[in-house]
Write a protein that binds this ligand. Structure first.
Ligand SMILES: [Mg+2]
Length: 387
């Protein structure tokens, strides 16, 4: 069996946790986060509400939505519980963010069944043990598995057998391809290229002319389902040590809720910068300055390096919540975020196999970084972020 890669992705993660824990929210449009939308349930998405949208706009689109305060502890706990189910499914798990992971189930056929059977069981287990809906894409490569889960959402399972890859991919809108960001998709659409199949009909030189060298070559490889493996033996390049941004707040006394909105913007900006540099961070530092000119810093180190906005945001908002009494007492005049413990991001690479059971996952990732370098993630980032 060659279709052994599963991409498992929780549906509307934060919002689903809220619906799970409060039965009154089930079946209703739920928005997590009052200032900026951190997550929206599928009922709210059906009305046009999206993550990172301003709260006012979201409420205009969906006046009957229930807006709830985020409970990051509950999300982290749910994430950990789902990860336990992943680890019990296969030794080869690669966490992609707080709510999604790749699992390689090759070689498990005799003891656990076919990849499709394993995926179906995994979905049941997550529902039963954690109480959350999860969508799984099954395919030959990580890229196809990720695209498949995107198509199958919500609460779905989709298998792309090797002989169906072309038929699956070609009709999809270019924006659904993993690694093709909104700007690249818009550029392609401007030229009348709406689907992956239309992009696949162009030669590489044409795509390079349209999108630039890195993006064009990457897009060409994607639509032809080629896994451009990075050269071996690349060493990590020496890079910067940290990355930060800050925002001075007005004279008026800032509420914790307003501080959170500022924080979301800062993290969004920084995470994008992090990804476009092909980096990931492990430590999130929150810097605060108060009315009386005193300062405070709080930091959190994650178990795994990440370049995902949502993961960094959870950590940053957590730190802000902890500092809340201080903010209320002293009044806030500046919020800053610094990302440190930077390393090359490996999440865009096909890094299997390695035995995550024998080693801690982070050690395995370090090892992979040493062996494969950062080439693949640079490509993905170029596609997503550079014009
Ligand atoms: Mg998800």
């Amino acid at each position: 069996v060659s279709t052994t890669i599963l991409h498992a992705d929780l549906d509307a993660f934060f919002a689903s946790v809220e619906q799970r824990d409060d039965p009154r929210l089930q079946g209703r449009p739920v928005i997590v986060g009052g200032g900026v939308v951190l997550a929206a349930s599928y009922e709210a998405r059906a009305r046009g509400v999206r993550s990172a949208m301003g709260g006012a706009q979201a409420r205009r689109l969906c006046p009957d939505a229930v807006v709830v305060r985020p409970r990051f502890d509950a999300y982290l706990e749910a994430s950990r519980a789902v990860h336990v189910v992943f680890e019990q499914t296969t030794p080869i798990v690669e966490a992609l963010s707080i709510d999604e992971a790749f699992l390689d189930v090759r070689g498990l056929e005799r003891i656990a069944g076919t990849p499709v059977e394993i995926a179906a069981r995994l979905r049941r287990e997550v529902r039963l043990r954690v109480g959350l809906p999860i969508t799984i894409g099954v395919a030959r490569t990580r890229f196809l598995a990720k695209v498949a889960s995107g198509v199958a959402k919500p609460d779905g399972l989709l298998v792309v057998p090797p002989e169906r890859e072309e038929a699956f991919l070609d009709p999809l809108p270019v924006g659904m391809l993993w690694g093709v960001g909104p700007r690249t998709a818009a550029k392609l659409r401007d030229r009348g290229i709406l689907t992956a199949g239309q992009a696949a009909a162009l030669d590489e030189a044409t795509l390079v002319r349209l999108l630039g060298r890195g993006t064009g070559r990457h897009a060409h490889a994607l639509v032809h389902r080629r896994d451009r493996r990075p050269p071996r033996g690349r060493r990590r390049r020496p890079g910067r040590r940290s990355m930060g941004a800050q925002s001075a707040l007005g004279r008026r006394r800032t509420t914790p809720e307003a501080a959170r909105v500022v924080l979301v913007r800062l993290v969004d900006k920084l995470a994008r910068r992090l990804r476009s540099a092909g980096l990931a961070c492990r430590t999130v530092v929150l810097r605060l300055r108060f009315d009386d000119s005193t300062r405070a810093t709080r930091s959190h180190t994650l178990p795994l390096a990440t370049a995902q906005t949502s993961t960094i945001l959870v950590a940053a908002c957590d730190l802000l919540a902890v500092a809340r009494p201080l903010i209320e007492r002293r009044g806030l005049t500046l919020v800053g975020v610094t990302l440190t413990n930077l390393s090359d991001d490996v999440t865009g690479q096909l890094v299997l196999p390695f035995d995550a059971r024998a080693r801690a996952l982070d050690a395995a990732l370090d090892d992979v970084r040493e062996r494969f370098g950062s080439k693949a993630i640079t490509r993905a980032v170029l596609v997503r972020r550079r014009p």
